[in-house]
Write a protein that binds this ligand. Structure first.
Ligand SMILES: [Zn+2]
Length: 484
């Protein structure tokens, strides 16, 4: 064995989030060199949500597990809050390095982080007011950051286009490839030269689906030595569905036409809302959409839709062609974009059949909670879940068949129908994850780390990828350190 190998300085990986959970994505890479220098890179800086926060005595969003001042650079995979939601807190606590992302991710982060700060401020004030009135202790904690923390964070962003190789730290090159998950989403590929070897590391971020939608399917990626792979749906395949139109139309017809009710579609403002509008627009263009008003009740979704329109170059080629015939794929007769809180409140008391698309997708925050509060007790209404709901979230409770839920400290009976539609899942299922990894020679992959999944998904995916020839597969625990 060569002497240099014996004294090789280790590169290490420690997951501080999305380790045994689906939220809080945060992976720390430390590169130590013989000259005594160390580079610390953080991959994603996401917020924990749902059970991951509630079941712990200590809120994991309030303690990073590392010193933000010691991080040299942050690399983001995409703009979802569970991957970027703690960026303003990281910066407020002393992080001063560059934040790398694709241009679309930067633009989406700007509106998403501002929105997240305002929601936290609002929820805290709302709870304080009600607690005082009800003579109880407040339940909400202080906001993790305020709107004032967002601009200093945004000032640190630097962008790299898909396929563009950029040097982000001494000896470290970053290249993004399309992950096909949401607009701007990318897998992160790092070439890390520690003075003795070059380690090729891939972090998948969230992987999209191989179905016919607005965005291209996930792109194959260059051979890696180390892969950190998401596992959200590592234990199941999505119901096969070639097209979304028929399925969505069936739900609209049942709830709005046959029962005269309101169909609430809780959806991430970024990504999911635009995919649903794209389907509704296609149905409308084909004359198949029943004449019911459609409300997009989310200021964030409205801003996000504007950004998606601007980045039409990232759409699939077939979708870009459609733009020649229909220049706005997200607007059709009967759709109303609701910005003001007053108009949103009017919708709550409106009794006619309609479709309401509102955030958040997991039903944990945002205006959708007000709609659910008003709609759930009436059997004419329906809720259509279109995305993954982490354990313990309100969405998870409804999908598990809860007969009663708690919204804003009120007990609400669930009489409305609750359905789910998997077509819009932005995450690859297990077959698609295997397909995504099929571009790799598994014998060259020294370590495969499975993250971003609950335990049974992680274990099921581990078994599956080992059958495909990946020999060293690990499921990191939060704070566990691996030498690469
Ligand atoms: Zn995501």
């Amino acid at each position: 064995m060569a002497l240099s190998h014996l004294y090789r300085m280790p590169i290490s990986l420690t997951s501080h989030g999305a380790a045994g959970t689906v939220t809080g994505s945060k992976h720390l890479l430390e590169v130590r060199r013989h000259d005594g220098s160390t580079t610390r890179l953080l991959l994603d800086c996401g917020m924990f949500q749902g059970e991951a926060v509630r079941r712990r005595e200590e809120d994991p969003n309030r303690r990073f597990g590392f010193d933000p001042r010691s991080i040299d650079a942050l690399v983001l995979s995409h703009a979802h809050i569970d991957h970027s939601g703690l960026v303003p807190r990281l910066v407020a606590q002393g992080f001063k390095g560059p934040i790398w992302s694709t241009p679309a991710t930067r633009d989406l982060c700007a509106i998403m982080l501002e929105d997240s700060a305002r929601i936290q401020e609002y929820d805290f004030a709302f709870d304080l007011k009600r607690a005082k009135k009800q003579g109880r202790e407040p339940e909400e904690q202080e906001p993790l950051y305020t709107p004032d923390d967002v601009a200093p964070a945004m000032a640190l962003f630097s962008t790299a286009d898909l396929g563009e190789a950029v040097s982000i730290a001494p000896g470290i090159t970053l290249t993004y490839t399309d992950a096909g998950h949401i607009l701007g989403s990318a897998a992160v590929h790092l070439a890390i030269d520690d003075g003795e070897r070059t380690l090729r590391l891939t972090f998948t971020g969230d992987v999209g689906r191989y179905v016919d939608r607005l965005l291209p399917t996930p792109a194959p990626f260059p051979q890696a030595d180390v892969i950190i792979c998401e596992s959200t749906y590592g234990d199941r395949d999505h119901a096969s569905m070639d097209e979304a139109e028929g399925e969505l139309l069936r739900h609209v017809t049942e709830v709005c036409v046959e029962r005269g009710g309101r169909l609430i579609i809780p959806a991430f403002s970024i990504g999911k809302t635009q995919e649903i509008l794209y389907t509704l627009n296609a149905l409308s263009n084909a004359g198949r959409l029943p004449r019911v008003p459609v409300f997009v009740d989310s200021p964030l979704a409205i801003s996000a839709t504007d950004i998606v329109r601007r980045y039409s170059k990232l759409f699939k080629p077939e979708v870009r062609e459609e733009l020649l015939k229909d220049p706005d794929l997200f607007t059709f007769p009967g759709v109303e974009f609701v910005r003001s809180p007053e108009r949103s409140k009017q919708l709550n008391s409106m009794k006619k059949a309609c479709i309401v698309i509102a955030a958040s997708g997991m039903m944990e925050a945002g205006r959708v909670r007000h709609h659910l509060l008003h709609c759930l007790p009436d059997p004419a209404n329906g809720v259509l879940a279109v995305g993954f709901c982490a354990p313990g979230t309100l969405g998870d409770q409804l999908l598990s068949g809860a007969k009663e839920v708690r919204i804003f400290w009120e007990r609400v009976p669930v009489l409305a129908s609750v359905d789910k539609m998997e077509f819009y899942s932005a995450h690859a299922d297990r077959g698609e994850l295997v397909r995504y990894l099929a571009c790799q020679d598994p014998r060259q992959v020294k370590h495969l780390f499975l993250v971003h999944g609950v335990e049974h998904s992680l274990l099921a995916l581990k078994k599956l990828v080992m059958e495909k020839g990946f020999a060293d597969v690990a499921i990191p625990r939060r704070g566990e350190r691996f030498e690469l």
